[in-house]
Design a protein around this ligand. Structure first.
Ligand SMILES: Cc1cc2nc3c(=O)[nH]c(=O)nc-3n(C[C@H](O)[C@H](O)[C@H](O)COP(=O)(O)OP(=O)(O)OC[C@H]3O[C@@H](n4cnc5c(N)ncnc54)[C@H](O)[C@@H]3O)c2cc1C
Length: 593
């Protein structure tokens, strides 16, 4: 089985040539001393630990899984040591607040490292991913004493984070939660209830676990307006910062899952556990969204990381495996057969995987760039615009990237034929692992509803128009390059199509409450293809301008042409399906199913 290799060359190309992060960082407060050479050294260090320490855990830990014994979780062999190495290297502290001990690195540098970590072993990567998400929420909404007490230990990795939303009777509809928190005289709370599916909710890899838990106060308004956010540590932290008594939070059992078998998915019981409010009472869902939005981007990156490994393994297999002859005559005359790479259908699959992975990588970096502008630009107007684009595109990163990543893993299996179905080749693990990225952090169906019903219809497509105007302005700017004629007219037509489809959907929704839901997933995919087309156009435009013509540049040109000629036509089918409305979905009576 081919070992994971961090895609350093592509990341370097995207950061330096395409997104020109040097210029971006120079304009951002706090990052003006960072340059591409320093970033390269950091990326190389990350690639090393991922390839040498984390990736070797992937398959054995999938076989071994996690074990629950009397409330304790036994992690797979090697996790403890790898986690220690990871934290000692400072990899847990890259993007947090430097006032509390983190490094405050920009997302444009951190996101590719996240890809490496999650691509090398998804189960392991979930542990820092949840910790980072929890620390982002604490940093944004926690009081000063809470931040001082918890953040440094979370950045150092001595304490990990967990996100506790889901309950047995509700996941999507969090307004239904039953977990309760009762105020105490000293300003703390006593929290009781049961949460399920809590990723790394319990384990022995760190000294403490900091749960961010959604609960309701007595007399809170019904539904999502009555949800508050609480911090519940596994061990109480004393005033001097030392660990005190065990809090009354325990792991009742773990789930036996299809994939990510080495990450503990826990049932957590809170029995009048000591808890501290984060943010304001009844405003907890908004605070939790800080963590959830962070995690949604992270889940997109996670799916892509595993899809990259699927591509690497499928490509290596296709080069090695000899089957049949090229339709144009034998290529490998010394051997009994040619490699799989001669077959147009295998090339179709591999190119699809490559085009979606590289387009997806560019897209998450594009959104990371917006996040950096939102977080660190000194121009408030730029910050506001970046922030609204991030809100628009976050569900697209989460859902489109992971939908494409799952397809990519399945395609990788296909390249291996029967061996793709056999455990020792690894592809079946990727299919099992990636599948959850389409489900957790809000299913991809819910992401699509978020996009259409919250981000597009309410403002009548105003933020979307900003995105479309940016793409149109880019086309105007580079239109003179003859080499870009394969993509710019198609991109311009797609911008027009998206505008037309959006207008039609907004009017249909005014008279049909089912219209947004009926179109949601197709609409999200349409924006996904638009975004990837934009990325491939930006990539090739950067090559047209620089004149770069090495192997990487040639591969990019060919892959971009494949994307535009073979994948982008799917947008016409999506348009037809969106405009077909909700009738065919809703006409069927319940008795007809
Ligand atoms: C391995 C794993 C790890 C997880 N980790 C965590 C974690 O760390 N913390 C945590 O809190 N949770 C976690 N979850 C829970 C996960 O986020 C939820 O399972 C997910 O959000 C879906 O909720 P649900 O399972 O209750 O499905 P439901 O809400 O019951 O939804 C079922 C189906 O109906 C659809 N649906 C529901 N409502 C609507 C609607 N209004 N409109 C359209 N469609 C709708 C959904 O899209 C879905 O397809 C994890 C789950 C798993 C399996």
């Amino acid at each position: 089985m081919t070992a994971y290799q961090a895609p350093l060359e592509d990341v370097h190309f995207l950061m330096k040539d395409v997104f020109k992060v040097d210029q971006l960082w120079a304009e951002l407060s706090g990052h003006d001393e960072l340059d591409v050479d320093t970033a390269d050294a950091i990326l190389e260090g990350a690639a090393k630990i991922c390839e040498q320490v984390i990736a070797p855990l992937n398959r054995p830990s999938d076989e071994q899984g996690v074990v629950w014994v009397d409330g304790k979780i036994v992690a797979a062999d090697g996790y403890k040591e790898a986690y220690q190495t990871f934290c000692e290297g400072g990899w847990n502290a890259l993007e947090g607040n430097s006032e509390y001990g983190a490094m405050g690195m920009p997302k444009t540098l951190v996101a590719p490292i996240d890809e490496f970590v999650r691509g090398s072993c998804m189960s392991f990567g979930l542990l820092p991913m949840l910790t980072i998400g929890a620390s982002v929420a604490i940093d944004k909404h926690g009081s000063e004493p809470i931040k001082e007490r918890y953040l440094p230990k979370m950045y150092s990795g001595e304490w990990t984070g967990a996100m506790d939303l889901t309950e047995p009777h509700c996941g999507t509809d969090l307004g239904l939660i039953r977990t309760k928190a009762v105020p105490e005289a000293d300003g703390s709370y006593r929290l009781s209830g049961t949460k399920i599916f809590i990723t790394w909710g319990e384990h022995e890899l760190s000294d403490n676990i900091i749960h961010l838990v959604l609960a309701k106060l007595p007399g809170a308004p019904a539904g999502t307006r009555g949800i508050s956010l609480f911090l519940v540590p596994k061990y109480i932290v004393n005033d001097d910062g030392a660990l005190g008594d065990r809090n009354s939070v325990s792991c009742g059992s773990i789930e036996h899952k299809m994939g990510i078998k080495a990450s503990a998915t826990c049932v957590m019981n809170f029995d009048a556990a000591s808890a501290w409010l984060i943010g304001e009472e009844n405003k907890g869902l908004a605070c939790m969204f800080t963590m959830m939005n962070n995690e949604r981007l992270a889940v997109g990156v996670q799916g892509l990381g595993v899809a990259e490994l699927a591509y690497q393994q499928a490509l290596a297999y296709a080069k090695d495996r000899l089957q049949g002859r090229s339709p144009t005559g034998a290529k490998n005359k010394d051997q009994e057969a040619d490699s799989l790479l001669v077959h147009p259908d295998i090339r179709r699959i591999l190119l699809k995987m490559k085009a979606l992975n590289e387009g997806g990588r560019a897209f998450y970096l594009y959104v990371a760039r917006l996040l950096d502008i939102e977080g660190f630009s000194s121009d408030p107007a730029k910050q506001r615009e970046a922030s609204s684009l991030v809100a628009l595109l976050t569900p697209v990163v989460k859902a489109f990237v992971t939908d494409m990543a799952f397809d990519t893993a399945v395609d990788g299996q296909q390249v291996l034929g029967g061996h793709g179905f056999i455990r020792e080749w690894g592809l079946e693990q990727h299919v099992r692992d990636i599948r959850i990225t389409q489900i957790y952090e809000g299913t991809n169906g819910i992401q699509a509803m978020d996009l259409i019903a919250r981000k597009v219809i309410p403002d009548k497509g105003a933020v979307l128009s900003v995105y479309l105007a940016e793409i149109s302005a880019f086309i105007d700017e580079v239109e003179g390059h003859a080499r870009l004629s394969f993509c710019l007219p198609a991109l311009r037509q797609l911008v027009v199509m998206v505008k037309e489809v959006t207008d039609a959907l907004i009017s249909a929704s005014a008279g049909d409450a089912n219209a947004p839901g009926a179109a949601a997933v197709d609409y999200l995919h349409l924006l996904g293809y638009l975004s990837y087309a934009y990325m491939w156009a930006i990539i090739t435009a950067s090559l047209a301008v620089s004149g770069r013509d090495d192997v990487l540049a040639q591969a990019k040109w060919h892959t971009a042409k494949f994307f535009f000629s073979k994948l982008l036509p799917k947008t016409h089918a999506l348009k037809e399906s969106i405009l077909a409305g909700s009738d065919s979905l809703m006409a069927l009576g319940d008795e007809h199913f």
